[in-house]
Design a binder for this molecule. Structure first.
Ligand code: GAL
Length: 408
């Protein structure tokens, strides 16, 4: 690793000459309607500091964007700042000395006292130093339901996952796809994780996802999970969209009954003018176990050896965590702020539910925090195969247990 560090350390400096004073290219994968509206708040706040946000949006999901981001940094063409998820995605870049140490700024601004929960800052910390600024809390464990779709089928809106499953035949009779699902491994894996917490419960989930207990992964609780996922696969058979926001759009337009998706889906409902509690309902923990993970997004600042760029990077880090930016951004993004000291009374019903769950301390670490990027990719690949084939629940469970056995 040391030789790699030296080599990479010198190439990382090459990008420096490209930027003009105060200009910072910022890469991210926020390209849906709701995401674009939210990231525009960051750009506006940064520009107001006298610097210039140069937008480096990368279309597609995080799975498409992350390899591009990482290879640019490794290849000596670093951007000024970049989004990544909370957790271990930047681990190797930090180890190679390619990410800026933000510890001094964090200490000066007291991030340790204001970031809530503290696990978010822990996820930015490597060997005692802080390398990222967390900007939001996003959780995966939500079911988004279309009021119009259930009305059309003559049904009331379900209160939990089993009511949703029971409603599926009537939705189908009314020409509605019960479950909207984008055909990408990360979305299918997100649904798998969320169904696991509802079906196997939090203790079994923790044993497997945090403690990597192979016996539990092979056991009866997870057998029930794989049966439930195989059933959900049937409910999503008619859903042939790719991107998550296109799947959300099926719910917004009442063509699908529901979607299991992270709370960023709220941004799409908002842009479409839908009102929580009137046009749609959100069920945290699928209405079964109301617990949320504290995943989300953080910004990292690749090392660039230029004083103006470094100053702009620090200005951006400060802007992202400032109270006004936190409110403006998170209200549009559908995520929760990373500071416990700000007023979010303008938040809609769904965000209020999220805030209550957070305040009660019912939180879990996210998959990206628990498992290495490599293990996550293996699970996503398995889920992509499971959801688009007829793989039996038993085979899916056996292959999953094998991945857990060698997980890092
Ligand atoms: C996640 C990210 C969210 C959201 C989502 C879909 O990785 O944390 O902010 O944008 O992807 O693009």
């Amino acid at each position: 690793m040391k030789t790699i560090t030296k080599l990479l350390g010198s190439v990382a400096l090459l990008g420096a000459s490209v930027a003009h004073a105060g200009e910072l290219e910022v890469t991210h994968w926020w390209t849906s309607g709701g995401e674009a509206a939210a990231v525009a708040e960051f750009a506006k706040a940064f520009d107001a500091t006298g610097n210039t946000w140069v937008d480096g949006a990368i279309a597609g999901s995080g799975g498409t964007a992350r390899p591009i981001i990482i290879s640019r940094i490794l290849g000596g063409d670093p951007m000024g700042a970049t989004q990544l998820n909370h957790g271990r995605q930047a681990e190797e870049l930090i180890e190679a000395g390619l990410m800026t140490d933000l510890t001094a700024l964090a200490e000066e601004q007291g991030w340790k006292d204001l970031v809530n929960p503290s696990s978010l800052l822990d996820a930015c910390t490597f060997e005692g130093r802080i390398y990222c600024v967390p900007v939001n809390i996003h959780s995966a464990q939500w079911l988004w339901l279309s009021h119009g779709a259930f009305e059309k089928a003559g049904l009331s809106v379900p209160a939990n996952w089993s009511e949703f499953v029971a409603a599926a035949p009537k939705l189908e009779e009314a020409g509605i796809t019960p479950l909207a699902m984008g055909q990408q491994g990360w979305q299918q894996n997100l649904a798998f994780g969320t169904i696991t917490i509802a079906i196997a419960g939090i203790d079994a989930w923790r044993k497997v996802s945090v403690e990597r207990d192979v016996e539990t992964a092979k056991g009866p609780e997870y057998a029930a999970v794989f049966e439930a996922v195989a059933n959900a696969r049937e409910l999503a058979r008619a859903s042939n969209v790719q991107d998550w926001n296109l799947a959300t759009n099926l719910v917004i337009t009442d063509q699908a009954g529901g979607q299991i998706m992270g709370d960023w889906a709220q941004g799409e409902f908002q842009v479409a003018g839908e009102v929580a509690g009137e046009d749609y309902t959100c069920l945290p923990g699928l209405g079964v176990n109301e617990i949320l993970d504290t995943g989300g997004d953080a910004f990292y600042f690749p090392v660039i050896d230029d004083a103006d760029t470094k100053a702009a990077q620090m200005a951006l880090a400060s802007t992202l965590i400032a109270p006004e930016t936190q409110v403006a951004f998170n209200l549009k993004k559908g995520s929760l702020p990373v500071r416990g000291d700000i007023d979010l009374s303008a938040a809609n019903d769904c965000m209020q539910k999220g805030l209550e769950i957070l305040a009660a301390g019912n939180v879990l670490p996210s998959g990206d925090m628990n498992l290495s990027a490599d293990t996550q990719t293996q699970i996503e690949d398995l889920m992509a195969e499971f959801w688009t084939s007829d793989m039996s629940a038993a085979d899916g469970q056996a292959r999953y247990a094998d991945i857990i056995a060698s997980a890092e």
